[in-house]
Design a protein around this ligand. Sequence first.
Ligand SMILES: [Zn+2]
Length: 255
Amino acid sequence: MQIFTKGPQRWAERRISGEEASRFRRARAEAGVGIAGAHVSYLINLATSDPELLAKSIRAFRAEMDRCDRLGLDFLVTHPGNATAGSREAGLRQNAELIAEALDERPGAVRVLIETTAGAGSALGCRFEEIAAMIDRVPAEHRARLGVCLDTAHVFAAGYDLRGDYEGVLETFDEVLGLATLGLIHCNDSLGTLGSRRDRHADIGAGELGAAPFRALMSDPRLREVPRVIETPKGADPIAADRRNLQTLRRLARA
Ligand SMILES: [Zn+2]
């Protein structure tokens, strides 16, 4: 399960009382949710060169980590950010150093997962090498608490052909980042075509990726231990839409 621990489009922080945290933990245990994590606010940009946005982003990122800790979450998905000024290298370096600092200051159990992006505009992280460069910047002692979230729609829009060459993309990921870093898969079909850099998600099997890559992914023994969530369109009835997409994935896992 993946949640937001606050409104993702707002800077206002959400305080979680001890009572609320225990209710969450209890409900999660009762529902049998084995792995649960959060996705950071969309406003956070740890790669920015704007000092005001940077200060807000650093504060907000630490607050995200604190809420994960409180709720006992397993992972926190974050983005490589946007290098709004300066070079991509400088943006990646700054983001990695700030993640390292946050891990250093917050010795909790949550694993920070850097998400692959479609590379729209100035978005960093659309090449596996960029994410590898970030991980390399984080001191070895913190790397066990750092990993990668692979979003199928994003990597496809970024130019990795999961549809035509599933095996090749997985091999490239393994060569550049190592499958051991893979902490989560976002299973989303893509409205954007291969290499379009367009970040628009579609229902599983109904986008440019189609069913085949999901069939491969759902039955891949190398990925058996890697949790996966959907971020597919919700439509008028979000629960029905999520159920439909999860059913499609389960069907493909058996096919
Ligand atoms: Zn995603």
